[in-house]
Design a protein around this ligand. Sequence first.
Ligand code: ADP
Length: 268
Amino acid sequence: MIQDFHGKTAVLTGAGSGFGLECARIGAQRGMNLVLVDVQADALARAEAEMKASGARVLARRVDVSDAAQMEALADEVRQTFGAPHFVFNNAGVGSAGLIWENSVRDWQWVLGVNVWGVVHGVRLFTPMMLAAAKADPAWRGHIVNTASMAGLLTPPNMGIYNVSKHAVVALTETLYQDLRLVSDQIGASVLCPYFVPTGISQSQRNKPAELAGERLTKSQLIGQAMTDKAVGSGKVTAPEVAHKVFEAIEADRFYVFSHPKALGNVR
Ligand code: ADP
């Protein structure tokens, strides 16, 4: 159980928009130190200004999470500035669209680079720091949240690379959770599997999974009624709602976090 967030440090990747930004807002409201990471300079600068204006201590860095060297430099700077982070939100992500045999090698590398390698770097660089902090202080608590998707549990058509990447994030986080249980009960892990939230990814011009997949999704026999009763990108599940679920999960030390109402009870 983690209830006191004041003065604790959170690293948030993809903090420039969507629920990375909403998590940063909640973190600022709760008096946390924030490490904001995004590849988009403008969005990052806006988030930095907003969080500073609300009184948070902020370190904002333009980093490509898929790049090992950039992530290593970030981790060093976080350690020097704030010490071990209590919370790491490996949330930066990109979408994909297209029939799976038609996606280019470049698209595979790009989406797996950000969605999978980005999480790998966050986990491999920050977990050892957190474990050291936990070992030094029995009262220390931390939590790692990785953003997957409903597409990490199901396989909607026409967004295959995204499905593969998010299944990897679910497997990675399950393993992280189990491995942590072997060595410490002071650090939790959660995987976030939101239903499609209308944010940048689902609205991006480069890939339009919401539009492209939406029609096929609603027809899909594989996925069925549980997903079709909420239209893709309907706006009914908002980024702030998902961000609040994340903080509830941290407080309750939950593992799976869903945004779909029918799945919300399904946590462990
Ligand atoms: P969602 O909120 O659904 O995750 P968004 O597109 O709104 O979707 O947010 C994803 C964020 O991740 C964006 O701000 C985007 O700039 C960021 N992002 C995408 N690729 C990278 C990357 N390689 N490194 C860091 N941040 C990234």
